[in-house]
Design a protein around this ligand. Structure first.
Ligand code: NI
Length: 216
């Protein structure tokens, strides 16, 4: 199968699977990450087929959305086999999917390739700024979390298990993840996009806490 066709079929497959996903990891998120990864990858010189396929499939086996304990992206592997993607490319794409996920403030998530660096950056950029804020509250609602509780302080999760099992209010997530992302970007292109989104989130939080205090 031609690469163009593989990408097109993969996009249709992901759109069908994620069209009514309610936690902020819907098809529009995947499509934004795909286009942002292509933009960054074009500038940074990554292989665009591997980059685009990694971006399209990055949430198919995500630990936040599936019940499995395994980190191996089995569904993505099956899809790539169905598409007849070469073994070498399959390994590169599966490595991206494994490398992308944020696992808490204290856990390093090193990437194994430029393509993984690009997709990780694109995914993290979508967790920042106005869209990042919207997605964060969507995810909090999906997990039945409070918006904010002044009695619950943010925690810098030292390991993945404690991050994964957190039930803290959504505002804490800004301090435990979102505000840390600008310093965790891999590429220069993403670092510069992240600056403005970071400032927007800081302004948002300032306004949020002003309103919270004003209710008293
Ligand atoms: Ni994602």
């Amino acid at each position: 199968m031609e690469r163009v066709e593989i990408i097109q079929k993969t996009a249709v497959f992901m759109a069908r699977n994620f069209e009514s996903e309610g936690s902020g990891h819907d098809w529009f998120h995947i499509d934004r990450v795909r286009h942002s990864a292509l933009h960054i990858g074009h500038i940074e010189g990554s292989d665009l087929f591997i980059t685009e396929m990694g971006a399209l499939l990055h949430d198919l086996d995500d630990w936040k959305l599936t019940e499995t304990e395994s980190h191996f992206p089995a569904k993505a592997q099956k899809w790539l086999a169905d598409m007849g993607v070469e073994a070498e490319d399959t390994i590169l794409i599966l490595n991206i999917i494994e490398d992308v996920s944020y696992q808490g403030a204290g856990t390093e998530t090193p990437v194994r390739s430029l393509e993984a660096a690009v997709v990780q950056d694109a995914d993290r950029l979508d967790a920042m700024g106005a869209i990042g804020i919207a997605r964060t509250f969507a995810y909090g609602g999906y997990k039945s979390r409070l918006i904010y509780d002044p009695a619950v302080a943010p925690v810098m999760h030292a390991d993945f298990q404690s991050y994964k099992s957190s039930t803290a209010p959504t505002i804490n997530h800004f301090f435990e993840k979102l505000l840390l992302l600008k310093d965790r970007m891999n590429t220069a292109t993403a670092k510069s996009i992240a600056q403005q989104r970071h400032r927007f989130m800081e302004n948002y939080l300032e306004q949020f806490f002003n309103e919270w205090e004003a209710k008293k």
